[in-house]
Design a protein around this ligand. Structure first.
Ligand code: ASP
Length: 601
């Protein structure tokens, strides 16, 4: 038999009681986390979002409540009235905030029962049930204190962001969800339009054009905690729908944007008691790619920079190196401190790892008591010594070497840098190392499609000095210059995580047209996709720029998890499904007919 709540009200949460409350009559409500039965005494750990309190039912003093407590099971919902009592010295529990006290129950209301949960809620991190099972019963998984803490931190973060942006003079403006394609380089989610058969809305990959239109509208300083949708292959740090702090401001210089965003990160990191060092150092894309092989280098890893080994290899006859160097490629190395101790198996694993990033092979040199190397025969001891000098390796270290196209060398050595640092435990905990990566290239050539794509998006401004390159490339036919153009685009990176992307935008219609042309769009295509925007650019567009820090990624760093689903209440799986509501799902024929859609098997 279940009891009614009636007018009974909670006096405290389950995480609130302390020694100073001893002697008080209290009412607690929550879920039964654990029941331990010792005959005349029954102990219940009562849980709510705030914590756990131990409740004791005593057969002598409260026989009715004690009898009722015998029937309690895990996850039953109860209300307990009782007195706060000190715990015996030897039964105090320093692991929980309420551990000095317990509540001696006089009355028990059973507000609801519960089926046995399909998995254990209080399992330790490594004993957790499979994630798919937990996602199916997300509402139970969310009862776990860790996830509750993450979501509450997330709320504090967005609340902090809103007050910071408001103090800085920004206005939060909502932009529509049913729109036309926005080009962030991913696939669109599309929604059929019932009232206009054959036409479709796209969900925003970001509010990019709307925030720029806000600038044209004179709104000056815009922000929005915005939901965005991108249909792309998922990785651990991506979700098909995600949230970003979308920002745009007029008459903005790079410095203004950098300090605005540094201030925002500093405020948010204060919530986890971290003082971020500001201003962030600024490194150009070219510099980070050459030094770290990554456009999001983890600066917690000290040293371990990529070194160009070509000066030691001039005239080499070793075919892979000779071929790379004669065709505009590179040979670069990475020192693994104390790497001479790497086992054959360890090296083989790193070899496989490097291949995943496109490397044809991973060569190595170990500076142990003797020098050993996969290249000893091919290069000879003198060249090996010179290579080690150039790499900056000392006795006891190892050098890992990759040759090939600059892109492949950077990608594989950059990834190895992170991997080796992780394996060798070279990444200090509790440290936060931010930087700005600046001057991204404007375009990227896609070898498969044989065409250029925007590296950021097509509204990104070139640096002033490179505008003439854009003109020559597009109007003068010197297409190869496209790969040389640098932009006013910037990414803040913290601990190797890309925290945001942004840029100063193009505000001149002539420049915007050049960019569309460079991307291979005819005037008609540009008009049909972005005509409204090109028109708007003709009505007095102020210089402007913006950025969009990803809230989910930011939360991963703040909550210290490498699983994005841990910081989202109702996330999707790697195959973009919601296992709880079973979406995506089918729709009935009537809905399809209304939308003029037909499923082709
Ligand atoms: N719209 C961009 C994005 O969502 C960010 C920006 O340029 O502000 O990635």
């Amino acid at each position: 038999m279940l009891d009614n709540l009636g007018n009974l009200e909670r006096t405290h949460s389950c995480g609130a009681l302390r020694a100073s409350d001893i002697g008080k009559q209290v009412v607690l409500m929550g879920w039964v986390a654990k029941r331990r039965d010792f005959g005349d005494l029954t102990f219940i750990d009562l849980r709510d979002r705030d914590g756990l309190t131990q409740v004791v039912f005593n057969a002598t003093n409260a026989s009715a409540a004690h009898a009722k407590a015998k029937d309690l099971r895990g996850e039953y919902v109860i209300a307990v009235t009782g007195e706060v009592v000190t715990r015996d010295e030897n039964t105090r529990n320093p692991k929980i905030a309420t551990g000095d006290v317990e509540v001696h129950a006089s009355e028990l209301l059973v507000l609801n029962d519960a089926r046995t949960p399909p998995f254990q809620l209080d399992a330790t991190q490594d004993a957790l049930a499979s994630e798919d099972l937990r996602l199916k019963y997300r509402y139970l998984d969310l009862r776990r204190p860790q996830l509750q803490a993450n979501l509450r931190l997330r709320h504090r973060v967005t609340a902090e962001i809103r007050s910071y942006m408001t103090e800085q003079g920004f206005t939060e403006i909502e932009t529509p969800i049913l729109i036309k394609s926005t080009p962030e380089g991913a696939r669109d989610y599309i929604v059929p339009a019932r009232v206009q058969p054959g036409k479709f809305f796209a969900l925003p990959q970001s509010p990019q054009l709307f925030k720029q239109l806000c600038m044209i509208a004179g709104l000056d300083k815009y922000f929005q905690i915005a939901h965005c949708f991108r249909d792309e292959d998922l990785r651990a740090d991506r979700q098909p729908e995600f949230t970003q702090l979308d920002v745009e401001l007029s008459f903005a210089t790079l410095d203004q944007i950098y300090s605005l965003i540094e201030g925002m990160f500093a405020r948010v990191f204060r919530l986890i008691n971290v003082d971020l060092p500001i201003p962030f150092p600024r490194l150009s894309f070219d510099e980070v790619m050459s030094r770290f092989g990554s456009d999001k280098p983890d600066l917690r890893i000290k040293g371990m920079e990529l070194q160009d080994l070509s000066p030691a290899l001039a005239g080499t006859e070793f075919a892979p190196f000779a071929a790379a160097l004669s065709s505009g490629g590179q040979v670069k190395g990475l020192v693994v401190p104390n790497g001479a101790a790497l086992s054959r198996k360890g090296l083989d694993e790193l070899q496989e790892f490097a291949k995943r990033y496109g490397a044809a092979a991973l060569a190595w040199i170990k500076l142990g008591d003797e020098v050993s190397s996969s290249l000893l025969k091919a290069l000879g001891p003198d060249v090996i010594t010179r290579v080690c000098e150039l790499a900056g390796a000392n006795k006891g270290d190892a050098v890992l070497i990759v040759s090939g196209k600059p892109k492949v060398v950077a990608a594989s050595l950059g990834a190895l840098r992170n991997e080796v640092a992780k394996r060798e435990k070279l990444i200090p905990e509790g440290q936060y190392e931010p930087l700005w990566v600046t001057e991204f290239p404007m375009f990227e050539f896609d070898d498969e499609d044989r065409r250029y794509y925007s590296m950021h998006h097509p509204f990104t401004s070139p640096v002033d000095e490179d505008l003439s390159l854009l003109e020559r490339a597009v109007e003068g036919g010197e297409t190869e210059l496209l790969s040389k153009i640098r932009t006013k685009a910037y990414d803040p990176v913290i601990n190797g995580v890309e925290m945001a992307s942004g840029s100063i935008r193009i505000h001149r219609r002539d420049v915007q047209r050049l960019v569309f042309k460079a991307l291979g769009m005819t005037t008609e295509e540009a008009r049909s996709r972005f005509g409204f925007f090109l028109d708007a650019l003709e009505y007095g567009t102020p210089p402007h720029g913006g950025i969009a820090p990803g809230i989910d990624r930011m939360m991963m760093v703040l909550a210290g998890t490498d699983n994005m689903r841990d910081v989202i209440a109702f996330p999707k799986t790697a195959s973009a499904a919601d296992l709880m509501i079973d979406a995506p799902g089918e729709v009935d024929q009537k809905q399809l007919d209304e939308l003029h859609l037909k499923i082709v098997e």
